[in-house]
Design a protein around this ligand. Structure first.
Ligand code: CA
Length: 449
Protein backbone atom coordinates (compact mmCIF):
# COMPACT_ATOMS: atom_id res chain seq x y z
CA UNK A 1 0.00 0.00 0.00
CA UNK A 2 1.52 3.25 -1.20
CA UNK A 3 0.59 5.16 1.91
CA UNK A 4 2.20 2.85 4.44
CA UNK A 5 4.21 4.62 7.07
CA UNK A 6 7.24 2.46 6.42
CA UNK A 7 7.45 3.41 2.78
CA UNK A 8 6.73 7.02 3.53
CA UNK A 9 9.38 7.03 6.18
CA UNK A 10 12.01 5.47 3.93
CA UNK A 11 11.21 7.82 1.08
CA UNK A 12 11.49 10.85 3.35
CA UNK A 13 14.64 9.51 4.84
CA UNK A 14 16.24 9.21 1.41
CA UNK A 15 15.27 12.78 0.66
CA UNK A 16 17.18 14.10 3.65
CA UNK A 17 19.78 11.40 4.20
CA UNK A 18 22.34 13.12 2.04
CA UNK A 19 22.21 16.32 4.03
CA UNK A 20 24.90 16.55 6.63
CA UNK A 21 24.66 19.95 8.23
CA UNK A 22 21.95 21.64 10.19
CA UNK A 23 21.69 24.36 7.59
CA UNK A 24 21.17 21.96 4.75
CA UNK A 25 18.40 20.26 6.71
CA UNK A 26 16.55 23.53 7.16
CA UNK A 27 13.57 24.44 5.10
CA UNK A 28 14.21 25.87 1.70
CA UNK A 29 11.23 27.61 0.24
CA UNK A 30 8.63 25.34 1.82
CA UNK A 31 5.70 27.64 1.20
CA UNK A 32 6.64 28.85 -2.19
CA UNK A 33 8.67 31.64 -0.64
CA UNK A 34 12.16 32.10 -2.01
CA UNK A 35 14.85 29.90 -0.50
CA UNK A 36 16.20 31.31 2.70
CA UNK A 37 19.88 30.62 2.89
CA UNK A 38 20.49 32.17 6.25
CA UNK A 39 19.86 30.72 9.66
CA UNK A 40 17.67 32.68 12.02
CA UNK A 41 18.98 35.98 13.20
CA UNK A 42 15.90 37.42 14.85
CA UNK A 43 16.79 40.38 17.01
CA UNK A 44 15.39 39.36 20.36
CA UNK A 45 14.18 42.11 22.67
CA UNK A 46 16.55 43.14 25.46
CA UNK A 47 16.35 40.30 27.94
CA UNK A 48 14.82 40.90 31.33
CA UNK A 49 16.27 38.06 33.29
CA UNK A 50 13.65 36.29 35.38
CA UNK A 51 15.70 33.43 36.74
CA UNK A 52 15.46 32.77 40.44
CA UNK A 53 18.40 31.36 42.38
CA UNK A 54 18.48 27.61 41.98
CA UNK A 55 16.47 27.71 38.76
CA UNK A 56 19.37 28.58 36.44
CA UNK A 57 19.12 26.43 33.30
CA UNK A 58 21.92 23.90 32.69
CA UNK A 59 22.32 25.11 29.09
CA UNK A 60 21.42 28.30 27.24
CA UNK A 61 20.40 26.69 23.97
CA UNK A 62 18.23 24.03 22.40
CA UNK A 63 17.21 23.44 18.79
CA UNK A 64 13.47 23.46 18.20
CA UNK A 65 11.93 22.74 14.82
CA UNK A 66 8.73 24.28 13.53
CA UNK A 67 6.46 24.12 10.50
CA UNK A 68 5.25 27.50 9.13
CA UNK A 69 1.62 27.32 10.26
CA UNK A 70 -0.07 29.24 13.09
CA UNK A 71 0.62 26.35 15.48
CA UNK A 72 4.28 27.47 15.58
CA UNK A 73 3.51 30.97 16.87
CA UNK A 74 4.43 30.37 20.54
CA UNK A 75 7.93 29.19 19.56
CA UNK A 76 8.50 32.12 17.21
CA UNK A 77 7.13 34.68 19.66
CA UNK A 78 9.17 33.28 22.58
CA UNK A 79 12.23 33.95 20.41
CA UNK A 80 11.13 37.28 18.91
CA UNK A 81 9.90 38.79 22.18
CA UNK A 82 12.93 37.67 24.15
CA UNK A 83 11.05 35.30 26.45
CA UNK A 84 13.62 32.52 26.02
CA UNK A 85 16.32 35.02 27.05
CA UNK A 86 14.17 36.25 29.94
CA UNK A 87 14.20 32.76 31.45
CA UNK A 88 17.92 32.24 30.92
CA UNK A 89 17.89 30.56 27.48
CA UNK A 90 19.13 33.36 25.17
CA UNK A 91 20.53 31.02 22.52
CA UNK A 92 17.46 28.91 21.72
CA UNK A 93 17.32 28.17 18.01
CA UNK A 94 13.93 28.02 16.35
CA UNK A 95 14.42 26.30 13.00
CA UNK A 96 12.00 26.05 10.10
CA UNK A 97 11.54 22.49 8.83
CA UNK A 98 10.92 21.64 5.19
CA UNK A 99 8.00 19.39 6.08
CA UNK A 100 6.88 16.97 8.77
CA UNK A 101 9.03 14.17 7.41
CA UNK A 102 12.10 16.39 7.66
CA UNK A 103 11.20 17.35 11.24
CA UNK A 104 10.91 13.68 12.09
CA UNK A 105 14.29 12.91 10.45
CA UNK A 106 15.91 15.86 12.22
CA UNK A 107 14.74 14.81 15.67
CA UNK A 108 15.88 11.28 14.91
CA UNK A 109 19.48 12.47 14.54
CA UNK A 110 19.17 15.08 17.32
CA UNK A 111 20.99 18.40 17.52
CA UNK A 112 24.26 16.52 18.05
CA UNK A 113 23.88 15.05 14.57
CA UNK A 114 22.95 18.37 12.96
CA UNK A 115 19.22 17.97 13.56
CA UNK A 116 16.91 19.21 16.31
CA UNK A 117 16.17 18.34 19.95
CA UNK A 118 12.41 18.68 19.54
CA UNK A 119 9.81 21.29 18.69
CA UNK A 120 6.33 21.42 17.21
CA UNK A 121 4.50 18.15 16.48
CA UNK A 122 1.21 16.88 15.21
CA UNK A 123 -0.20 14.10 17.36
CA UNK A 124 0.61 11.37 17.97
CA UNK A 125 4.02 11.96 16.31
CA UNK A 126 5.94 12.05 19.63
CA UNK A 127 4.43 8.64 20.40
CA UNK A 128 5.16 7.24 16.95
CA UNK A 129 8.77 8.46 17.24
CA UNK A 130 9.11 7.13 20.81
CA UNK A 131 7.89 3.75 19.63
CA UNK A 132 10.08 3.74 16.51
CA UNK A 133 6.99 3.45 14.28
CA UNK A 134 7.92 6.29 11.92
CA UNK A 135 11.67 6.17 12.51
CA UNK A 136 12.46 2.86 10.80
CA UNK A 137 12.19 0.96 14.06
CA UNK A 138 14.63 3.18 15.92
CA UNK A 139 12.96 4.18 19.18
CA UNK A 140 13.68 7.76 20.16
CA UNK A 141 11.93 8.38 23.46
CA UNK A 142 10.24 11.79 23.56
CA UNK A 143 8.35 13.81 26.14
CA UNK A 144 5.19 15.76 25.38
CA UNK A 145 5.57 18.97 27.42
CA UNK A 146 2.83 21.39 26.37
CA UNK A 147 0.07 21.90 23.88
CA UNK A 148 0.91 24.79 21.55
CA UNK A 149 -2.58 25.65 20.33
CA UNK A 150 -6.13 24.60 19.73
CA UNK A 151 -8.25 25.14 16.58
CA UNK A 152 -6.87 27.13 13.62
CA UNK A 153 -7.25 24.31 11.11
CA UNK A 154 -9.76 23.67 8.38
CA UNK A 155 -10.94 21.46 5.56
CA UNK A 156 -10.66 23.04 2.14
CA UNK A 157 -12.59 21.85 -0.92
CA UNK A 158 -11.87 22.47 -4.60
CA UNK A 159 -13.96 25.17 -6.27
CA UNK A 160 -15.63 22.69 -8.63
CA UNK A 161 -17.59 21.35 -5.63
CA UNK A 162 -19.04 24.74 -4.72
CA UNK A 163 -22.81 24.91 -4.47
CA UNK A 164 -23.19 21.17 -3.88
CA UNK A 165 -24.12 21.50 -0.23
CA UNK A 166 -20.75 20.46 1.16
CA UNK A 167 -20.24 21.97 4.58
CA UNK A 168 -19.71 20.70 8.09
CA UNK A 169 -22.58 18.35 7.31
CA UNK A 170 -23.36 17.20 3.78
CA UNK A 171 -26.72 18.39 2.48
CA UNK A 172 -26.64 15.73 -0.21
CA UNK A 173 -25.86 12.45 1.53
CA UNK A 174 -25.45 10.82 -1.89
CA UNK A 175 -22.72 13.25 -3.04
CA UNK A 176 -19.83 10.86 -2.57
CA UNK A 177 -21.62 7.75 -3.83
CA UNK A 178 -22.80 9.61 -6.94
CA UNK A 179 -19.24 10.78 -7.54
CA UNK A 180 -17.96 7.24 -7.09
CA UNK A 181 -20.56 5.66 -9.36
CA UNK A 182 -19.71 8.31 -11.97
CA UNK A 183 -16.16 6.96 -11.94
CA UNK A 184 -14.76 10.05 -10.23
CA UNK A 185 -12.42 9.36 -7.34
CA UNK A 186 -12.61 12.04 -4.63
CA UNK A 187 -9.06 12.78 -3.54
CA UNK A 188 -8.43 14.17 -0.07
CA UNK A 189 -4.99 15.19 1.17
CA UNK A 190 -3.14 15.98 4.35
CA UNK A 191 0.42 16.97 5.13
CA UNK A 192 1.64 13.87 6.99
CA UNK A 193 -0.07 10.50 7.32
CA UNK A 194 -1.73 9.11 10.43
CA UNK A 195 -1.63 12.31 12.51
CA UNK A 196 -3.94 15.31 13.25
CA UNK A 197 -4.60 16.44 9.71
CA UNK A 198 -5.56 12.97 8.51
CA UNK A 199 -7.70 12.48 11.61
CA UNK A 200 -9.66 15.69 10.97
CA UNK A 201 -10.45 14.81 7.37
CA UNK A 202 -11.28 11.21 8.26
CA UNK A 203 -13.51 12.28 11.14
CA UNK A 204 -15.38 14.75 8.93
CA UNK A 205 -15.89 12.19 6.15
CA UNK A 206 -16.92 9.37 8.46
CA UNK A 207 -19.33 11.58 10.41
CA UNK A 208 -20.97 12.31 7.07
CA UNK A 209 -21.35 8.62 6.28
CA UNK A 210 -18.34 8.43 3.96
CA UNK A 211 -15.85 5.63 4.52
CA UNK A 212 -12.41 7.23 4.07
CA UNK A 213 -10.84 3.84 3.34
CA UNK A 214 -13.19 2.77 0.57
CA UNK A 215 -15.17 5.77 -0.70
CA UNK A 216 -12.37 8.27 -1.34
CA UNK A 217 -8.65 8.33 -2.04
CA UNK A 218 -6.42 9.76 0.68
CA UNK A 219 -2.95 11.06 -0.05
CA UNK A 220 -0.06 12.96 1.53
CA UNK A 221 0.89 16.32 0.01
CA UNK A 222 3.37 18.80 1.54
CA UNK A 223 1.62 22.00 2.67
CA UNK A 224 3.64 23.96 0.12
CA UNK A 225 2.08 22.01 -2.75
CA UNK A 226 -1.53 22.01 -1.62
CA UNK A 227 -2.50 25.26 -3.33
CA UNK A 228 -0.83 24.38 -6.64
CA UNK A 229 -2.16 20.82 -6.60
CA UNK A 230 -5.71 21.93 -5.93
CA UNK A 231 -5.41 24.59 -8.62
CA UNK A 232 -4.48 22.03 -11.25
CA UNK A 233 -7.28 19.73 -10.12
CA UNK A 234 -5.07 17.05 -8.55
CA UNK A 235 -7.09 17.00 -5.34
CA UNK A 236 -10.64 17.64 -4.19
CA UNK A 237 -9.97 18.40 -0.54
CA UNK A 238 -7.21 18.96 1.96
CA UNK A 239 -6.81 19.50 5.63
CA UNK A 240 -4.14 21.75 7.06
CA UNK A 241 -3.40 24.61 9.42
CA UNK A 242 -3.98 28.33 8.83
CA UNK A 243 -3.13 30.23 6.76
CA UNK A 244 -3.35 27.58 4.01
CA UNK A 245 -7.11 27.02 3.88
CA UNK A 246 -7.50 30.80 3.73
CA UNK A 247 -5.26 30.99 0.68
CA UNK A 248 -7.53 28.57 -1.16
CA UNK A 249 -10.33 31.08 -0.75
CA UNK A 250 -8.20 34.17 -1.31
CA UNK A 251 -6.79 32.73 -4.55
CA UNK A 252 -10.31 31.63 -5.60
CA UNK A 253 -9.26 28.01 -5.96
CA UNK A 254 -11.85 26.61 -3.59
CA UNK A 255 -13.75 27.04 -0.35
CA UNK A 256 -13.75 25.91 3.25
CA UNK A 257 -16.21 23.14 4.13
CA UNK A 258 -15.51 23.38 7.84
CA UNK A 259 -13.20 24.75 10.46
CA UNK A 260 -11.86 22.17 12.89
CA UNK A 261 -13.23 24.47 15.62
CA UNK A 262 -16.70 23.61 14.28
CA UNK A 263 -15.96 19.88 14.35
CA UNK A 264 -14.65 19.77 17.89
CA UNK A 265 -14.68 22.94 19.96
CA UNK A 266 -11.34 23.57 21.69
CA UNK A 267 -9.92 20.37 20.21
CA UNK A 268 -6.33 19.35 20.89
CA UNK A 269 -4.07 20.43 18.01
CA UNK A 270 -0.27 20.60 18.02
CA UNK A 271 2.28 20.06 20.77
CA UNK A 272 5.72 20.85 22.09
CA UNK A 273 7.72 17.66 22.50
CA UNK A 274 11.44 17.18 23.06
CA UNK A 275 13.75 14.17 23.13
CA UNK A 276 13.65 12.51 26.52
CA UNK A 277 17.44 12.41 26.67
CA UNK A 278 17.66 16.21 26.40
CA UNK A 279 14.95 16.82 29.00
CA UNK A 280 16.41 14.34 31.48
CA UNK A 281 19.85 15.96 31.14
CA UNK A 282 18.47 19.50 31.36
CA UNK A 283 15.51 19.56 33.75
CA UNK A 284 15.90 23.25 34.66
CA UNK A 285 16.40 24.32 31.08
CA UNK A 286 13.25 22.38 30.18
CA UNK A 287 11.26 24.38 32.71
CA UNK A 288 12.87 27.61 31.50
CA UNK A 289 11.75 26.76 27.97
CA UNK A 290 8.26 25.96 29.15
CA UNK A 291 8.03 29.26 31.04
CA UNK A 292 9.11 31.17 27.94
CA UNK A 293 6.63 29.30 25.75
CA UNK A 294 3.79 29.78 28.24
CA UNK A 295 4.51 33.50 28.37
CA UNK A 296 4.54 33.54 24.57
CA UNK A 297 1.22 31.68 24.52
CA UNK A 298 -0.31 34.30 26.81
CA UNK A 299 1.03 37.01 24.51
CA UNK A 300 -0.30 35.27 21.38
CA UNK A 301 -3.68 34.68 22.97
CA UNK A 302 -4.25 38.39 23.56
CA UNK A 303 -6.24 39.62 20.56
CA UNK A 304 -4.70 43.08 21.02
CA UNK A 305 -1.42 41.45 19.92
CA UNK A 306 -2.80 39.49 16.96
CA UNK A 307 -2.04 42.15 14.37
CA UNK A 308 1.57 42.30 15.49
CA UNK A 309 1.62 38.51 15.58
CA UNK A 310 0.50 38.46 11.94
CA UNK A 311 3.24 40.95 11.06
CA UNK A 312 5.91 38.82 12.72
CA UNK A 313 4.72 35.47 11.33
CA UNK A 314 4.37 36.83 7.79
CA UNK A 315 8.06 37.80 7.65
CA UNK A 316 10.08 36.02 5.02
CA UNK A 317 12.23 34.19 7.55
CA UNK A 318 9.13 32.67 9.16
CA UNK A 319 6.11 32.05 6.91
CA UNK A 320 6.95 34.31 3.98
CA UNK A 321 3.31 35.05 3.10
CA UNK A 322 1.30 38.28 2.76
CA UNK A 323 0.31 39.54 6.20
CA UNK A 324 -3.39 39.67 5.31
CA UNK A 325 -3.73 35.91 4.81
CA UNK A 326 -2.60 35.35 8.40
CA UNK A 327 -4.18 38.43 10.00
CA UNK A 328 -7.77 37.52 9.14
CA UNK A 329 -7.84 33.94 10.46
CA UNK A 330 -5.82 35.06 13.52
CA UNK A 331 -8.69 37.35 14.44
CA UNK A 332 -11.39 34.73 13.82
CA UNK A 333 -12.40 36.17 10.44
CA UNK A 334 -13.01 33.46 7.88
CA UNK A 335 -14.44 33.97 4.44
CA UNK A 336 -15.43 30.35 3.87
CA UNK A 337 -15.63 30.97 0.14
CA UNK A 338 -19.10 29.49 -0.31
CA UNK A 339 -21.01 32.57 0.80
CA UNK A 340 -20.57 31.81 4.48
CA UNK A 341 -18.49 34.12 6.66
CA UNK A 342 -17.35 33.65 10.22
CA UNK A 343 -16.34 36.57 12.43
CA UNK A 344 -15.90 35.14 15.87
CA UNK A 345 -12.75 35.23 18.01
CA UNK A 346 -13.82 31.99 19.66
CA UNK A 347 -13.39 30.23 16.30
CA UNK A 348 -9.79 31.42 15.86
CA UNK A 349 -6.63 29.60 16.82
CA UNK A 350 -6.19 29.91 20.60
CA UNK A 351 -2.97 29.59 22.54
CA UNK A 352 -3.55 29.96 26.27
CA UNK A 353 -7.20 29.69 27.26
CA UNK A 354 -10.23 28.32 25.48
CA UNK A 355 -13.84 27.56 26.36
CA UNK A 356 -12.76 24.37 28.13
CA UNK A 357 -9.91 25.87 30.17
CA UNK A 358 -6.18 25.60 29.58
CA UNK A 359 -4.77 25.32 26.06
CA UNK A 360 -1.13 24.98 27.08
CA UNK A 361 -1.54 22.17 29.59
CA UNK A 362 -1.09 18.78 27.86
CA UNK A 363 -4.07 16.70 28.98
CA UNK A 364 -3.36 12.99 29.03
CA UNK A 365 -6.98 12.40 28.01
CA UNK A 366 -6.24 14.06 24.67
CA UNK A 367 -3.21 11.85 24.05
CA UNK A 368 -5.54 8.93 24.71
CA UNK A 369 -7.99 10.20 22.05
CA UNK A 370 -5.19 10.38 19.47
CA UNK A 371 -4.12 6.81 20.31
CA UNK A 372 -7.75 5.63 20.26
CA UNK A 373 -8.34 7.29 16.89
CA UNK A 374 -5.15 5.59 15.62
CA UNK A 375 -6.60 2.24 16.68
CA UNK A 376 -9.96 3.20 15.11
CA UNK A 377 -8.37 3.47 11.67
CA UNK A 378 -5.99 0.55 12.06
CA UNK A 379 -2.90 2.78 12.23
CA UNK A 380 -1.96 1.28 15.56
CA UNK A 381 -2.52 -2.21 16.82
CA UNK A 382 -5.25 -2.73 19.44
CA UNK A 383 -2.59 -3.41 22.07
CA UNK A 384 -1.92 0.33 22.07
CA UNK A 385 -5.35 0.83 23.60
CA UNK A 386 -4.76 -1.86 26.20
CA UNK A 387 -1.38 -0.38 27.09
CA UNK A 388 -2.29 3.26 26.52
CA UNK A 389 -2.01 4.36 30.14
CA UNK A 390 1.53 3.01 30.55
CA UNK A 391 2.65 4.59 27.29
CA UNK A 392 0.99 7.94 28.00
CA UNK A 393 2.45 8.07 31.52
CA UNK A 394 5.87 7.54 29.96
CA UNK A 395 5.57 10.15 27.17
CA UNK A 396 3.30 12.85 28.59
CA UNK A 397 5.11 14.97 31.18
CA UNK A 398 2.31 17.23 32.32
CA UNK A 399 4.03 17.12 35.72
CA UNK A 400 6.92 19.20 34.35
CA UNK A 401 4.40 21.66 32.83
CA UNK A 402 2.78 22.07 36.25
CA UNK A 403 6.11 22.62 38.01
CA UNK A 404 7.08 25.27 35.46
CA UNK A 405 3.69 26.95 35.73
CA UNK A 406 3.93 27.12 39.52
CA UNK A 407 7.50 28.42 39.45
CA UNK A 408 6.51 31.25 37.11
CA UNK A 409 3.53 32.18 39.26
CA UNK A 410 0.65 31.06 37.03
CA UNK A 411 -2.59 31.41 39.00
CA UNK A 412 -3.70 28.16 40.61
CA UNK A 413 -7.02 28.48 38.77
CA UNK A 414 -5.15 28.22 35.46
CA UNK A 415 -3.35 25.01 36.41
CA UNK A 416 -5.61 22.01 35.76
CA UNK A 417 -5.97 19.63 38.70
CA UNK A 418 -6.87 16.58 36.60
CA UNK A 419 -4.91 14.98 33.78
CA UNK A 420 -8.28 14.42 32.06
CA UNK A 421 -10.41 17.15 30.51
CA UNK A 422 -13.35 14.78 30.83
CA UNK A 423 -15.90 13.74 28.23
CA UNK A 424 -15.40 15.32 24.79
CA UNK A 425 -18.21 15.87 22.30
CA UNK A 426 -17.91 16.10 18.51
CA UNK A 427 -20.15 17.91 16.03
CA UNK A 428 -22.03 14.74 15.15
CA UNK A 429 -22.99 14.13 18.77
CA UNK A 430 -20.43 11.34 19.29
CA UNK A 431 -18.82 11.40 22.72
CA UNK A 432 -15.37 10.33 23.84
CA UNK A 433 -15.14 9.38 27.49
CA UNK A 434 -11.45 9.00 28.41
CA UNK A 435 -12.53 6.55 31.10
CA UNK A 436 -13.91 4.25 28.41
CA UNK A 437 -12.29 4.62 24.99
CA UNK A 438 -13.74 1.27 23.88
CA UNK A 439 -17.28 2.67 24.28
CA UNK A 440 -16.28 5.50 21.90
CA UNK A 441 -14.96 2.99 19.35
CA UNK A 442 -18.14 0.92 19.73
CA UNK A 443 -20.30 4.00 19.10
CA UNK A 444 -18.65 4.76 15.74
CA UNK A 445 -20.30 3.33 12.64
CA UNK A 446 -17.35 3.78 10.28
CA UNK A 447 -14.03 2.40 11.48
CA UNK A 448 -11.48 -0.29 10.75
CA UNK A 449 -10.96 -1.60 14.28
CA1 CA B 1 -2.38 21.37 12.48
Amino acid sequence: MARSLGQFSRRRFLVTAGATTATSLLLKGCLGNPPDTTTQTSPAATPVVAVKAGEEPEVKTVKLGYIPIVEAAPLIIAKEKGFFAKYGMPDVQVEKQANWGAARDNVKIGSGGGGIDGGQWQMPMPYLISEGIITDGKKIPMYVLAQLNTQGNGIALAGKHKGKGIGLKLEDQQFFSKLKSGGDRFKAAYTFPKVNQEFWIRYWLAANGVNPDTDVELLTVPASQTVADMKRGAMDAFSTGDPWPFRIVADDIGFLAALTAEMWEAHPEEYLAIRQEWVDQNPKATKALLKAIMEAQQWCDNFDNRKELATILSQREYFGVPEKVIAEPLTGKYDMGDGRTIDDKKMAVLYWKDSKGSVSYPYKSHDLWFLTESVRWGFLDKQYLTNAKTLIDKVNREDIWKEAAKEMGIAAADIPTSTSRGVEEFFDGIKFDPENPQAYLDSLKIKKA
